[in-house]
Design a protein around this ligand. Structure first.
Ligand code: AHR
Length: 326
């Protein structure tokens, strides 16, 4: 294969092309004619520590697996992801993988990939397409379960205490699978006891800056906040700055639950500023490369590959921090 190392900009979308590709690959699987697999990966963006770790995992494992990776960063915009996927179709990559920024609106471009006989793998986030033949498999976390774990911890903390518990919620990107599912999983658990009240819930777009901004607004509008539930560590970390700015003690005056367990989040947990973290693993690269190879070889793959995850208390974070990779 003729290797081409170049970087092209597609209407604000950065696509790093590590290799040219060829091969007349069928969605049912056939070896690329040059023996080298090319994977086009359309990433969401670089919005959080989780995403940075996820990108590194994908880039490192592609290298290790000898797969040529074409990588694009959509800057959290669906239109950019669609452009990237179309460019991968035009270039006839062997497999397309992507982490959909939102759940809806993918059918047309997925159908274009199917018509071009390029198999698609969903990573990290799901799409709501009714036609599941539009993609081969979906690898990622159970976000509903993550929300439930957050709710269960909270219910356990307030057992036997009848007073109302005022909760504010920082949601992830509007319309994204993790925001929808972490919200519904949490709500499902806490609804069993009416003392739990979500007094404010707004998107912080999974970023630290937005988390801080929205938490400042929550603090201005609500005098009595007991708990913050943030759909990721970054928004929680931004909110901690807002809470400290308001002269309150995060983790004490306001209890904080987040999702992800990236290093900065774990440090804040160990320092007592966060109370509980539900893990969401970004290390999807090795499993993704295995799936890519199988799909290209025409081997069958499971419809759903679930990520293994745990939860962390403050004590557990102290113990885990020295070996935390990301
Ligand atoms: O889709 C996974 C979520 O996206 C992570 O929890 C969040 O940090 C990221 O931006």
């Amino acid at each position: 294969m003729l290797k081409k190392i170049s970087a092209v900009v597609l209407g604000g979308l950065m696509v790093t092309a590590l290799a040219a590709c060829g091969g007349d690959n069928g969605a049912g699987g056939s070896q690329p004619d040059d023996g080298k697999i090319t994977l086009g990966f359309a990433q969401v963006g670089a919005e959080s520590g989780w995403r940075t770790a996820n990108t590194k995992s994908i880039q490192d494992s592609a290298k290790e697996a000898g797969i040529d990776l074409q990588f694009s960063d959509a800057q959290q915009k669906q239109e950019n992801q669609i452009k990237a996927i179309r460019s991968y179709i035009t270039q006839k990559v062997d497999v397309i993988a992507f982490s959909p920024v939102v759940e809806s609106g993918w059918d047309t471009v997925l159908l274009e990939a199917k018509d071009a006989k390029i198999p698609v793998i969903l990573t990290d986030r799901a799409v709501d397409s009714k036609d599941t033949t539009l993609y081969e498999t979906f690898i990622g976390s159970d976000f509903v379960l993550e929300g439930k774990k957050a709710g269960e911890w909270l219910v356990g903390q307030y057992q036997g205490k009848p007073e109302p518990v005022n909760i504010v919620e920082l949601q992830g990107t509007t319309g994204s699978a993790p925001a929808n599912d972490r919200k519904s999983g949490f709500a499902d658990v806490i609804k069993a006891d009416p003392k739990f009240k979500i007094v404010a819930s707004q998107t912080g777009d999974f970023t630290r800056a937005k988390g801080k901004e929205v938490m400042e607004a929550f603090l201005k509008a609500n005098k009595d906040i007991d708990v913050l539930y943030a759909h990721n560590d970054d928004m929680g970390l931004g909110a901690i700055e807002a809470i400290e700015g308001a002269g309150l003690k995060p983790g004490v005056d306001i209890r904080i639950i987040t999702v992800d367990a990236v290093k900065d989040g774990m440090q804040a947990l160990a320092d007592g500023k966060i109370n509980y973290i539900v893990e969401c693993s970004p290390l999807l690269g090795p499993q993704l490369m295995d799936l890519v190879k199988k799909v290209v070889a025409g081997e069958s793959v499971p419809e759903r590959v679930l990520t293994e995850e745990t939860t962390f208390t403050q004590e557990q974070a102290k113990a885990a921090l020295p070996n935390r990779q990301y």
